[in-house]
Design a protein around this ligand. Structure first.
Ligand code: SAM
Length: 406
């Protein structure tokens, strides 16, 4: 029998959110319908913390996670830890130094504190880039967790598998401390490439080899079109090919093709801020990933979107040519950047998520690029917080939820 998502007989689960950024995990927890309270969030970046505070009314602990001690963590009495550590040590574009990269140290340090805490968390959730699953950091993580009595299930999933026209495959590790168990126990210790266990289908093949291309084609067809995620999508917002984008004044670009940030009089709400300058199209057009309002897929937005065009995210053609693609002149297609609100929409952030006014356009893109897809993380958290058997959950809750004081 499955337990509902409430914590300790109606009491919320106490959760710590490490590497909180702009709060993607916290939004996902809310969306998952988990009865949980984020008792503290941790991030070293003051701009990320400004955004988090603006939306949640609480400023995360601003400091290096590496310097936290087991005694400090004990004070929070948390039963679940959510972690999205830096991904640069594992990205294909990076040096792939993995656990040897200084940016990986804090994550391993925090995991190694688990046996030293008096009440270790009963659930953990880790998010990272594809590539992490083959790293020595992942090997060390699994060893540390196994030693402390955790069982794990790992996933590689993309928003495309949840109806969102957005390719952002990411690695996830879900861990539970025995005697807690997963709803689909026979996937313990496996790396799964399908969300089907999250929906209670435990008889479906979920390995990488079980995902033939025709399955992906089918998935893409079932996604919503990109236009559903646009904030400038009325005919009057579409840039006029003859007047709009051709009038765009050439914008100064740096050596990498990054346009200077020029904010139009009416702030970030003007479509004029997002037009791709013609001189940038002339220089970098062949490297651009272009999508249309009716497209069913766009590329992952990274933290360098708007600063560089190559491999950082898609551009939107606001004028649909007769022949899509680069055969038709890019200049006629009136290319524009996706706005930060549109990137947030593709990350499935709620409509009331906002940036405080002082966060610049580049900072907005950088913070969003570092964040995560709520459409993917929410069902994973729902799966994590659902216990397999009433017996197991009651037993653990008695030991894990004894009263804590802050
Ligand atoms: C991949 S992002 C996570 C973003 C977050 N999940 C969100 O929804 O925005 C990693 C975050 O970890 C923070 N960070 C990196 N190293 C840190 C450290 N040693 N201590 C505290 N925060 C750190 C960065 O500032 C960044 O916001």
């Amino acid at each position: 029998m499955e337990k509902d998502l409430s914590g300790n007989e109606g009491e919320p689960w106490r959760v710590l959110e490490f590497y909180s950024g702009i709060g993607g995990m916290r939004y996902s927890l809310k969306k998952a319908g988990v009865n949980a309270e984020v008792v503290e969030a941790f991030d070293i970046n003051d701009k990320a913390n400004d955004v988090y505070q603006h939306n949640f009314g609480h400023r995360p602990y601003q400091g290096n996670i590496q310097s936290l001690t087991a005694a400090e963590l004990d004070k929070y009495g948390a039963q679940a830890w959510l972690l999205s550590p830096p991904c640069q040590p594992y990205t294909r574009q990076g040096l792939q130094k993995q656990s040897g990269d200084a940016r990986a140290f804090s994550f391993l340090k925090i995991l190694e504190l688990i046996p030293d805490t008096t009440k270790p968390p009963v659930m953990l959730f880790v998010e990272n880039v594809v590539g992490f699953e083959a790293s020595d950091t992942r090997t060390k993580m699994v060893q540390v967790l196994a030693k402390s009595d955790y069982i794990t299930q790992e996933f590689i999933l993309s928003p495309l598998q949840f109806g969102v026209p957005y390719s952002r495959p990411r690695y996830f590790c879900l861990a539970k401390r025995k005697p807690l168990s997963f709803r689909c126990e026979h996937f313990n210790g496996q790396l799964l490439w399908s969300p089907s266990p999250l929906f209670g289908h435990d008889n479906i093949s979920v390995t990488k080899d079980d995902q033939p291309e025709e399955n992906w084609d089918k998935l893409l067809r079932s996604c919503d079109p990109v236009e559903r995620f646009l904030e400038f999508n009325n005919p009057s917002d579409r840039v006029n090919a003859e007047t709009g984008c051709l009038l765009t004044k050439p914008v100064a670009v740096d050596d990498f093709g990054a346009p200077e940030e020029i904010i139009e009089e009416d702030g970030y709400d003007s479509i004029g801020n997002y037009l791709v300058p013609l001189n940038l199209i002339e220089r970098w057009g062949s490297a651009m990933d272009i999508v249309y309002p009716d497209s069913k897929r766009c590329c992952c937005f990274t933290k360098s979107y708007y600063r560089y065009v190559k491999g950082t995210g898609s551009l939107l053609a606001t004028v649909q040519p007769k022949n899509k693609g680069k055969a038709s002149s890019l200049k006629e297609q009136c290319l524009r950047y996706f706005t930060p609100r549109e990137v947030a929409n593709l990350h499935s952030f709620p409509g009331d998520f906002q940036f405080p006014q002082h966060i610049s356009l580049r900072q907005r893109y950088a913070l969003l690029g570092n964040s995560l897809s709520i459409a993917v993380v929410a069902p994973l958290l729902q799966y994590l917080f659902t216990q397999a058997s009433r017996f197991a959950s009651i037993k653990v809750l008695h030991s894990a939820n004894a009263h804590f004081s802050l």
